[in-house]
Design a protein. Sequence first.
Length: 451
Amino acid sequence: MSSNPVAETVASLMPRAKAELTELVAFKSVADFDQYPRSESEGAANWIADALRSEGFEDVALLDTPDGTQSVYGYLPGPEGAKTVLLYAHYDVQPPLDEAAWATPPFDLVERDGRWYGRGSADCKGGVIMHLLALRALKANGGVPVHVKVIVEGSEEQGTGGLERYAEEHPELLTADTIVIGDAGNFRAGLPTVTATLRGMTLVRVQVDTLEGNLHSGQFGGAAPDALAALIRLLDSLRDQDGSTTVDGLDADSVWDGLQYEDQAFREDAKVLDGVELIGSGTVADRLWARPSVTVLGIDCPPVVGATPSVQAGARALVSLRVPPGVDAGEATKLLQAHIEAHTPWGARVSTEQIGQGQAFRADTSSPAYASMAAAMAVAYPGQEMQSSGMGGSIPLCNTLASLYPETEILLIGLSEPEAQIHAVNESVSPDELERLSVSEALFLQNYAAS
């Protein structure tokens, strides 16, 4: 990185950043309180609130959101007449899945091969540290030139919409000239990227029932309708022969005309096994950023160990549907539910319950804030030009903020580049990315204040 006072300050703060991220990762802040104690999320929220207070933030508060979780808010006043920038991250994390599959304990931040491993290190506790680093660097180099609001969500991974509903009920709280969402990532490590689109999503729980109770498979199997088999058949109807998502009435032919994602690069990033084909049609970018995709997240059925010779009376699944910009998530939910009902075989009884939803998002990359970010990233990543890409994931709050504040510019950056393996075992963050993106954010705030 070229010599720059802000960059030099951030570099000097990296040991502190690692120590703080270690403390923050240690909280098992999964916002599913049936799996993890509420006290773990509360501990993370209080840690962030204390960090904001120590940086001079005012009005620091733990906001009790309608889904029963807490978001952390703080306000740092800048010069009179300055613009206001809202910085977003979230402190809740995905469950670690199979802890035995982690090379090191998931809630211990461990350095290995130049990366820092731990659940939430990239998604998105690292984003909290990124914001703190940027602000500290500015304070050490002439001060923070804008008014800063920080909001750190406590249930983003659950899709339960607590902060969205809170923002709708308190629209004045998060008003800003520009919002920086620190929950995206570079297209790949070392390539500065802003995320221009996000897919929306819906979560639907499916229940299939066929019998009053389980039956002996030898005595009744072959004629008794098996609920698990019925569930498997209807779930299979959600994909075409090549793996493309097929929900009746839902367009799946759109194309992506921006930055492309080469097949081999995707195979390496996704760690696809040798000989296994990619699914779907069109380019990888089409499939990830411009088209819907369905995923079966879980099935409730007997485990193999301890299974009995029984015809199953009931079975259920959790289905996720991602939809691109231009598709209303509510309408997509209705189409998904109708498809499930239409494709359930043998007259089996089926019910669906929507348990989460978020709209897709498209940014205006021609806005002045994007010019300020491009100039900042050119310094933080010498020789690299800022790229715009899509992101297949969802950040439901983005669309809520865009609806509440239609004149506000929204930028998405972050630490979740492909090597980070967010949501998977052995999630990690690149300290180089953390350093460069913190510099980018600090210089962006300087550029934007002067624009």
